[in-house]
Design a protein around this ligand. Structure first.
Ligand code: AMP
Length: 540
């Protein structure tokens, strides 16, 4: 017998409508590049997001079309988060840290029709302008820069529409948003989120044991809005009616702390690199900021260290460790000390909190070791596989990557972990050959292939080495051809034509040979072990 409940679609416009009807008086504060704050409300946001939808519709945007954004974290971007999907089109948030070749690739692969871009980010667009074809380029006057001829002012674009937008009947499985994520080699892979996935993700994210977000909260998304939809936070905040505070482009510790203090932020989201800087600033000037409340700090992207969790606790900033991926929208696991652990010692509880945690509701997780699915013994490692309603089932137009899914439909994450008797996952290694620096990916394999194209280089292995500020940084181990010379500066300059500056190895070590596995692959485990205590300052 089938249940007799309505088949009501889970779509983002339902969240937008509710926010407009119920939370009109709730404030949204958004920081300009000069650090001044612009304040408006959900009522303004609702009207403007619908205006944007109407303007896009009048401009000819159709269901399923991709509309790209190249924007910092601010209120206009928030409008795009809802205005674009409300038309049935797909919000494609462009990563502004990509090298221009990767950037052009992503735009062309997604076949983006329109671009909404911050005036301050126009120089990035200019770099790829000849390689991409946007039908319209709409510029937000964010930093007060002049809008070039041939482009439209976002405000004029909105003013040209009316308030008569009517939502199309969107099927919950239609695409709403798209993000690209790094592959181990080659160009990025597109993840295409459905309305249903984003709505269910928002419901799970709001739960008390996850972000615990409600209309009482003031939320600061200091995680990039181009990275996994700022962890879905803008959608969740609109769903529950939380006040939002957007930081703009200034993510230095002082700027973020000023905002938290001034706006009485209760939930602040950012990658560990940002929090490392914040803890240093707090320790340096403990009296400078006066906080009136405790702050919940959902953290993911890389693992926060125990020292960071302990250090921030002292200042009333409580890390909630999460694990996730662009492919998982991103919430995968969450780490709370569970009820049966509440009488454990502080040390024991910290030992729990550094783990990535247990799966969020509706996320299923298993670990595949050498001998099949591992027991929950806290020590047998294997690759994490996940499935769930907000986990990607394939990449966008990328059938060559289908091997990332098992035959029975689980996504192979490339993370190596063990799982304990309570279901807590602890990541111990990474099977994928990638380096995560300050929350953004660098492909070792791409760097190696490029280095080995240098006429003086015989072999090169690039490994991830722990770094106090960026969590990880690339180090290149290089074997030169007999009789040939090359300096680190030369090799960096050689790579700089293909990679963004922050992706270049910080150190080059010249060796006679690179250790190899029995099948001739670089033995990276040995290299990582050898250089684990690399002193970046001393370069040795
Ligand atoms: P991205 O798709 O860029 O968000 O990257 C996802 C990857 O980041 C995961 O597969 C992990 O390798 C890493 N990651 C995310 N969260 C954590 C965490 N809490 N601890 C360790 N690694 C993490």
């Amino acid at each position: 017998m089938r249940g007799m409940m309505m088949d009501f679609p889970l779509t983002l416009p339902t969240i937008l409508e509710r926010a407009g009807k119920l939370f009109g008086k709730v404030e949204i504060a958004s920081r300009k590049p000069d650090r001044s704050l612009v304040r408006y409300t959900y009522a303004d946001f609702y009207r403007r997001a619908r205006r944007l939808a109407r303007a896009l519709e009048l401009a000819g945007v159709k269901r399923g079309d991709r509309v790209a954004t190249l924007m910092w974290n601010h209120a206009r971007h928030f409008e795009a988060y809802f205005g674009i999907p409300a038309t049935g089109a797909v919000l494609h948030t462009l990563n502004l840290r990509l090298h221009e070749d990767a950037f052009a690739y992503v735009i062309n692969h997604a076949q983006d029709r329109f671009l909404i871009v911050d005036d301050l980010l126009l120089p990035l667009y200019e770099k790829v302008r000849d390689k991409v074809k946007f039908e319209r380029v709409i510029v937000t006057p964010f930093g007060g820069a002049e809008i070039p001829a041939g482009m439209e002012n976002y405000e004029d674009f909105l003013a040209g529409a009316d308030d008569n937008f009517e939502y199309p009947q969107i099927d919950e499985n239609e695409a709403a948003a798209m993000c690209f994520t790094s592959g181990t080699t080659g160009f990025a892979k597109g993840v295409l989120y459905s309305h249903r996935a984003l709505v269910l993700h928002s419901l799970a994210e709001a739960t008390v044991d996850a972000f615990g977000m409600s209309q009482h909260d003031t939320v600061l998304p200091a995680c990039s809005m181009f990275h996994a939809n700022a962890w879905g936070v803008p959608f969740t905040a609109a769903m529950v009616g939380a006040k939002l505070v957007f930081p703009g482009p200034n993510l230095d510790a002082e700027s973020v702390l000023d905002l938290i203090e001034q706006e009485r932020v209760t939930i602040a989201c950012a990658v560990p690199t940002v929090w490392i800087g914040i803890l240093a600033a707090l320790e340096k000037s403990p009296q400078r900021w006066k906080f009136t409340n405790e702050v919940r700090v959902p953290v993911g992207g890389t693992a926060p260290s125990e020292a960071l969790i302990r250090g921030l606790d002292k200042f009333g900033f409580h890390i909630r460790h999460l694990w996730g991926m662009t492919e998982t929208a991103p919430l995968g696991t969450l780490c709370q000390v569970r009820s049966h652990m509440k009488d454990w010692s502080a040390d024991e509880q910290y030992a729990v909190r550094v783990k990535q945690g247990y799966p969020a509701p509706f996320v299923e997780l298993r670990i595949r070791g050498e001998n099949g699915i591992t027991p929950w013994d806290g020590e047998t490692p294997g690759e994490v596989e996940v499935r769930g309603p907000w986990v990607a089932r394939c990449y966008y137009n990328s059938p060559e990557d289908n091997h990332r899914w098992t035959e029975d439909g689980w996504f192979k994450t490339g993370d190596v972990a063990c799982i304990d008797e309570d279901g807590y996952v602890k990541i111990v290694d990474r099977a994928k050959d990638l380096i995560k620096s300050g929350g953004e990916w660098i492909s070792s394999v791409d760097l190696e292939n490029s280095l080995m194209a240098h006429p003086a280089v015989l072999e090169a292995a690039v490994i991830s080495v722990p770094h106090p500020k960026w969590d990880e940084r690339p180090l290149a181990v290089v074997v030169l051809k007999e009789g040939r010379q090359a300096t680190p500066e030369e090799l960096r300059a050689f790579l700089a034509t293909k990679f963004a500056k922050w992706q270049l190895p910080d150190a080059f070590v010249f060796v006679e040979q690179i250790p190899k596995t029995s099948v001739g692959k670089f033995l990276k485990i040995a290299l990582r072990k050898k250089y684990a205590n690399w002193n970046w300052q001393a370069g040795a």
